[in-house]
Write a protein that binds this ligand. Structure first.
Ligand SMILES: Cc1cc2nc3c(=O)[nH]c(=O)nc-3n(C[C@H](O)[C@H](O)[C@H](O)COP(=O)(O)OP(=O)(O)OC[C@H]3O[C@@H](n4cnc5c(N)ncnc54)[C@H](O)[C@@H]3O)c2cc1C
Length: 305
């Protein structure tokens, strides 16, 4: 590992690896740092990615890293970026190896942190029969008795999709519903049962959800559920906040069309900039953050000559 690179990429998931590919193709030097906490690790299938539909997520990452081998300006560090501070020439990062390295630009590609419901069964079923997204996992469970656990401004965005997949649907708000009579009427008209009682756990066999149990002792038979976290999303690292990057009401970094955050020299892509959480879309916005970074580096160099 060197001491000086043009770009630090914090996160080696779909966003970080795609950003690295953009940078490699333009012969920029970059260090991709990853501490092995990929978001889709609980899942054994990565769906909805052209040419790789259904592949194992770890195999997708292996192939993406393999593609980068020929770009000798891209290096990897297996560990955490502990901190990033501004310096006179750009940024200085402290790595978990207790080493420091200097960079001119930074790409934040560390994704979001899923906060499991702290009830029995959630962690065991996450990515198996408790899912985050109907595009990623809905097709395999279409026609099943489904649930949606959600109680935010995103609820009625997700509902029509899950409802269309389900033979019958229950909306679990896991506490008093944060919406009014008009939406409750909409639920009734679509024959969606609303349950405001708190969830006490998930009953399952192996990886298969059997039922959702409630604090009042009732049990609701379900074959799979989708889960939307309470907003705002938590991110996997505070590095962007520490640098002063502005966030929106969902907890994502505000970026322009080239992935630039509100802080000069800091770019972002992937799950930490958008609620559209999929490998393809994370890769696309990561690639765009890479493009924005290249344009910024080359523009500065061009202007100096
Ligand atoms: C259970 C589950 C299943 C899913 N299945 C699908 C699917 O089938 N199809 C699909 O399209 N999408 C799926 N998704 C969504 C998909 O996983 C994400 O949209 C995608 O992984 C986001 O990519 P990312 O690069 O932004 O973040 P991530 O994949 O989360 O990668 C971020 C990386 O950054 C690293 N990191 C974080 N902080 C630091 C730090 N300080 N230093 C170094 N490294 C750091 C982490 O270790 C991690 O490897 C699924 C999500 C979940 C939760």
């Amino acid at each position: 590992m060197k001491f000086d690179y043009e770009v630090l990429i914090v996160g080696g998931g779909p966003a970080g690896l795609s950003a690295a590919l953009s940078l490699g193709r333009m012969s920029r030097t970059a260090l991709v740092c990853d501490d092995s906490r990929p978001r889709n690790a609980p899942s054994s299938h990565l769906n909805n990615f052209p040419t790789r539909d259904g592949i194992h997520p770890a195999e997708w990452r292996r192939l993406a890293k393999k593609d980068l081998e020929k770009y000798k300006t891209i290096e990897f560090f297996d560990g955490s970026v502990l901190s990033v501070e501004k310096s006179s020439s750009g940024f200085v990062a402290k790595l978990s190896s207790e080493t420091f390295a200097r960079f001119r630009k930074v790409i934040l590609a560390y994704g979001v942190e899923d906060k499991p419901l702290s009830v029995p069964g959630f962690k065991e079923l996450w990515g198996k029969t408790i899912f985050h997204c109907p595009y990623c996992h809905g097709f395999e469970i279409r026609g099943s008795r489904l649930g949606l656990i959600s109680n935010s401004e995103m609820t009625f965005h997700m509902l029509p999709m899950v409802n269309d997949l389900a033979s019958d649907l229950i909306l679990f708000t896991n506490g008093k519903a944060e919406f009014g009579e008009e939406q409750k009427d909409l639920l009734k008209r679509n024959r969606i049962e609303l349950i405001e009682e708190k969830i006490s756990g998930f009953i399952y066999e192996g990886e298969q959800l059997k039922a959702v149990s409630l604090e009042n002792g009732k049990v609701k038979e379900r074959q799979a559920v989708f889960f939307q976290p309470t907003l705002p999303f938590s991110l996997k690292s505070p590095i962007g906040e520490t640098l002063g990057c502005e966030k929106n009401q969902f907890g994502f970094y505000k970026v322009n069309e080239r992935g630039a955050t509100s802080v000069e020299g800091v770019f972002a892509g992937g799950d930490n900039v958008s609620p559209a959480h999929s490998v393809l879309l994370a890769a696309a916005s990561g690639a765009m953050a890479g493009v924005g970074t290249v344009l910024s580096l080359l523009g500065e160099q061009f202007a100096k000559n």
